[in-house]
Design a protein around this ligand. Structure first.
Ligand code: 5AD
Length: 356
């Protein structure tokens, strides 16, 4: 690329942003330039994404209560504090009654939508009916929208969970580069992940995916391809956070992703998939104390405050310095933050746009 690399004046960048507002598409070359924008030019991109967000999904910010129901994991994801070889972490699996009670508390706090997240706990692979059971109880008794984020399952199991009442599923592809994917996940490959995303779409879920920004060995080309893959997958939800090195993992010595890079990714996602639901992630809020506000002003429209019981919070540490406040504080902080920028908290389920 080097000699013909794109370089745009402010005027040209504004033109490009106008064009994307209409077409919702960007070339690989344009993306390579955009993912490397400096802080100053990035403001032009953020303003465009904020406009598109306003026009396409309005001023509402949807809150989802996050329940981290098991930190047991059989995977070897090299960046994640829950990876199976980390024996520094005390493992837990919430009992079904505890999961239900936590969900009930979240609903009493006003959450119309819950996200149930866990490591790839092998217990649920062999006891899928137990997970399905607690899900159908939550669905039937609490009548909330349910998102699950528990990793890779067979198509039959995804179907079983859908039948039990799960509306949405989050499964990030983490990186679009097959080689880097393999290095970071020695026990799996990108194609498996993409196959699962395909199963989820076929099963009728609202599908969410996403990636980390600033993974070791990420290049601008990989970053640009991550965005093109999102566009191709045409998902209804996209979660993007910075990579944050965890001391208890093989990537402990690596540099973290940047706040600027993450915000650029959020903004470009809003431009490429204008009506998608995009959270202002906790990982970004951990890296930069104003990160979530900035994300909401650069295309994001969702927040996922943690509602897990306090005793488990410390144990569910994907990355260090995770924000740890009580469920009530988390909700109140989110509401204040949303209102401080003139936006409104939505108490409706905030379903993702229908696809296909
Ligand atoms: N830094 C940032 N994000 C991480 N995740 C896992 N480990 C880390 C880390 N060290 C993200 C992954 C995963 C999501 C649940 O958390 O993208 O999909």
């Amino acid at each position: 690329m080097s000699s013909q690399q794109l370089r745009l004046s402010d005027e040209e960048l504004i033109q490009l942003c106008h064009r994307v507002e209409v077409s919702s598409s960007l070339s690989f070359e344009e993306l390579i330039y955009l993912v490397q924008l400096d802080e100053r030019q990035a403001q032009i991109l953020f303003a465009t994404a904020d406009r598109v967000r306003q026009r396409m999904v309005g001023d509402a910010v949807h809150l989802r209560g996050l329940i981290e129901f098991s930190n047991i994991c059989i995977r070897q994801c090299q960046y994640c504090g829950l990876y199976c070889r980390n024996n520094q972490v005390k493992r837990y699996r919430m009992k079904e009654d505890e999961i239900f009670a936590t969900a009930e508390h979240a609903v009493k706090m006003g959450y119309p939508s819950l996200v149930l997240q866990s490591g790839e706990d092998p217990f649920y692979n062999t006891h899928i009916e137990r997970l399905a059971g607690v899900i159908s109880r939550i669905k039937n008794e609490l009548k909330v929208a349910i998102t699950l984020s528990a990793g890779e399952f067979s198509k039959t199991d995804y179907q079983r969970l859908k039948d039990a009442g799960v509306d949405r599923y989050l499964l990030r592809f983490e990186t679009s580069d097959a080689k880097l994917y393999r290095e970071l996940h020695p026990d799996s490959q990108l194609d498996d992940r993409l196959q699962c995303l395909q199963y989820l779409a076929e099963t009728g879920y609202q599908v969410g995916t996403g990636f980390m920004v600033g993974l070791p060995r990420e290049t601008p080309e990989i970053f640009a391809n991550n965005l093109l893959l999102l566009k191709k997958l045409n998902v209804g939800m996209v979660g993007i956070g910075p990579f944050l090195p965890n001391q208890d993992t093989p990537l402990k010595g690596e540099a973290s992703g940047t706040s600027l890079g993450t915000l650029i990714a959020v903004a470009l996602t809003r431009l490429l998939l204008p009506d998608t639901n995009i959270p202002a992630t906790t990982a970004l809020g951990t890296l930069d104390k104003d990160g979530r506000i900035k994300a909401l002003q650069a295309g994001a429209n969702v927040m996922m405050p943690n509602v897990s019981p306090m005793e488990f919070r410390e144990l569910y540490k994907l990355y260090p310095n995770k924000l740890c406040v009580t469920a009530d504080q988390g909700r109140d902080t989110a509401i204040k933050l949303v209102e401080s920028i003139g936006r409104v908290v939505s108490f409706s389920a905030g379903h993702a746009p229908l696809r296909k």
